[in-house]
Write a new protein. Structure first.
Length: 186
């Protein structure tokens, strides 16, 4: 198995950990964004997509011990790049806001956002305040508690739809676009 190919990593199974999320009103929690401003997802109007990812490593940084054996862990960079590359398609299906979300601190995320030239902010739930409040799926590795990969569709402050588990991560943005092309026709 190639350590660099997310599609070659173990496929995550739906463990039911996100079943409670659709229909949930988001609590008032401000998450710092890489654009320098806090974002309260409960206060957004319109349709937003929040792709949740475990963590990104800096170039040359070795993965955490056992990372490649964790189903769905690898692929945070390619997922972010896919949302960047499909931004116009997402806007065309009515997505007004796009955010990435991880438990990494904002300083780490700023490096990622700059390196990947992301045209949308990454949000930090470093203290896992949002994760605890809405019971986002998590896992532990290397002494860290991280968020499992999923995508939330938020409409007017409530979770309208979830994609969980997300695999392969590089197809996540395209799957959201296809979902809304079908959803909005029906």
């Amino acid at each position: 198995m190639s350590a660099l190919d997310p599609a070659a990593s173990p496929v995550p199974e739906d463990d039911g950990a996100a079943d409670h999320l659709p229909g949930l009103e988001l609590p008032i929690i401000r998450l710092m964004g890489t654009h320098g401003h806090p974002v309260d997802l409960s206060d957004l109007s319109g349709r937003a997509v929040v792709y949740v990812y475990p963590r990104t490593a800096r170039p040359g940084e070795p993965p955490l011990e056992g990372w490649d054996e964790i189903p769905g862990a690898r692929g945070c960079t390619v997922q972010s790049c896919a949302f960047r590359d499909h931004l116009e398609d997402l806007r065309a299906v009515g997505i007004e806001h796009v955010f990435g979300l991880s438990a990494q601190d904002t300083e780490h995320q700023k490096e990622v956002a700059t390196r990947l030239n992301l045209p949308f902010p990454l949000l930090s739930d470093h203290g896992l305040q949002l994760a605890r409040a809405i019971r986002l799926p998590t896992f532990e590795v290397g002494g860290l508690k991280l968020l499992k990969r999923l995508t939330l569709v938020v409409e007017d402050g409530a979770i309208a739809h979830t994609f969980y588990p997300v695999f392969p991560p590089e197809e996540s943005a395209r799957q959201v676009v296809e979902f809304f092309r079908t959803y909005d026709r029906g």
